[in-house]
Design a protein around this ligand. Structure first.
Ligand SMILES: CC(=O)N[C@H]1[C@@H](OP(=O)(O)OP(=O)(O)OC[C@H]2O[C@@H](n3ccc(=O)[nH]c3=O)[C@H](O)[C@@H]2O)O[C@H](CO)[C@@H](O)[C@@H]1O
Ligand SMILES: C=C(OP(=O)(O)O)C(=O)O
Length: 418
């Protein structure tokens, strides 16, 4: 069993290059099932989740080949299987994103129902509502969910919540449906726009991605393309908080600053200096951090995937900070772990009230989910002594080379076998 060990570190300084986004790579890999010619994805992060999605694609008959560390070639010309195994599906929720592409490409698909996870129950009712509106019949039995349709026909679909996954799955199912599909109250995350750009390169006809209304005109067939994945705004945000929490000075390269406006704004409110320069961002920390409040919201609001990392920062801000989580009903599992490190946090429903403390102390802690793990790494950088982080497979789902990147900035961090 491996743990990540973090020792109180000097102020982090230097440059760090951000990888392609996990949350763009996963839907793009799923969408690759739609193409009938070679697809090349560039800047794919080397992550456990990406590995699992590649296994899912291979299990369906796609040819998946690494051309380089971060470049994957996929050919789905001969996909024939429409069922995924429980074993693969249960490893990662995002594998459910193959449902839309398989439904439209093969007319049927059967997958095991994804369960909830540490951050919430994460239902898929909105994905299914979309598939049904396009004409699919949905059956659930023995933990499996099947969808089939002789033909899919476009319709107008209103999402009760702008779900990222539902928007993606419905977009992918609709690309080859007859006529026009309109998704209202669609998610507006940059990863949706990246997916739309990619599908259009394959020959799809999608307009409006990045706004709350997406229009998809069905086409007969999709081909191939080469596509560079957008930078990971959450990885970028995590390193920005690292500069803030250690009072350091970090230049973060390969960032689209428009994608991280709330992160920039909140770090400035905390007293940090943030300079945008083309595709890089420099964050300079401050001796005294001001208390800040954050409320998570769908894009362009403050991202739920940055709430835990900001909470690590808030534990050291002077005064009282409040974090309100509105996207997931149970995304406060990091609170007890931060408290073990000396943080003063109270939870009241969907709000966490954080009273700044003078310092944190290292402790054995557990990552309950991906971003909770990132928050513990950040807290460990400034906590007295050593922080020993267990369950780091969560962290490896979403951060490519986390120890190397932090160590290059001067952090005392290593992976240890126990
Ligand atoms: C692989 C990926 O891209 N993951 C991201 C994606 O997850 P994911 O696509 O799962 O997130 P959603 O936007 O779908 O979920 C947001 C909220 O909607 C609810 N919901 C969702 C679908 C549905 O059918 N019914 C329903 O009620 C969920 O329970 C949750 O409370 O967006 C989340 C919100 O920005 C991020 O935290 C995740 O990192
Ligand atoms: C919640 C996350 O991802 P996933 O949807 O893959 O669980 C995340 O990236 O923080």
């Amino acid at each position: 069993m491996e743990k990540i060990m973090v020792e109180k570190s000097p102020k982090l300084k230097g440059r760090v290059k951000i990888n392609g986004a996990k949350n763009a790579a996963l839907p793009l890999l799923a969408a690759s099932l739609l193409g009938t010619e070679d697809i090349i994805l560039e800047d794919v992060p080397k992550l456990k989740d990406v590995e699992i999605m590649c296994e899912v694609l291979s299990s369906l008959g796609a040819k998946v080949e690494y051309l380089d560390r971060n470049v994957i070639k996929i050919n789905s010309a001969d996909i024939h299987k429409y069922e995924t195994s429980y074993e693969l599906m249960s490893k990662m929720r995002a594998s459910f994103l193959v449902m839309g592409p398989l439904l439209t490409r093969l007319g049927k698909t059967k997958n095991s129902l994804p369960g909830g996870c540490a951050i919430g129950t994460r239902p898929i009712d909105l994905h299914l509502k979309g598939f049904r509106a396009l004409g699919a019949t949905i059956d659930v039995d023995h933990g499996n969910i099947s969808a089939y349709a002789d033909r899919l026909v476009g319709d107008r679909i209103y999402l009760d919540f702008p779900s990222v996954g539902a928007t993606e799955n419905i977009m992918m199912a609709a690309v080859m449906a007859e006529g026009e599909t309109i998704i209202d109250n669609a998610a507006m995350e940059p990863e949706i726009t990246d997916l739309s750009n990619f599908l259009n390169k394959l020959g799809a006809d999608i307009r409006g991605a990045g706004t709350s209304t997406i229009r998809i005109k069905g086409v007969k067939k999709l081909g191939g393309a080469r596509h560079l994945i957008i930078p990971d705004r959450i990885e970028a945000g995590t390193f920005m908080v690292a500069a803030a929490i250690t009072g350091g000075d970090i230049i973060i390269e390969n960032v689209i600053s428009n994608h991280i406006k709330p992160i920039i704004a909140k770090l400035k409110e905390a007293g940090c200096r943030v300079y945008e320069n083309g595709d890089s961002i420099r964050v300079i920390g401050t001796e005294k951090l001001n208390a800040i409040d954050v409320k998570t919201l769908p894009y362009p609001g403050f991202p739920t995937d940055m709430q835990a990392q900001f909470m690590a920062l808030m534990t050291l801000c002077e005064g009282t900070s409040v974090a309100v989580e509105t996207v997931f009903e149970n995304r406060f599992m990091h609170v007890d772990e931060l408290k073990r490190m000396g943080a003063d946090i109270k939870i009241d429903g969907r709000s966490a009230i954080i009273q700044g403390v003078k310092n944190l102390t290292g402790a054995p802690v557990k990552a309950s989910d991906l971003r909770a793990g990132a928050a513990l790494v950040l807290a460990g950088l400034v906590a007295e002594g050593v922080t020993e982080i267990d369950n780091i497979y969560h962290i490896d789902r979403g951060y490519d080379g986390i120890e190397e990147k932090f160590a290059n900035l001067g952090a005392k961090i290593w992976r240890q076998e126990f």
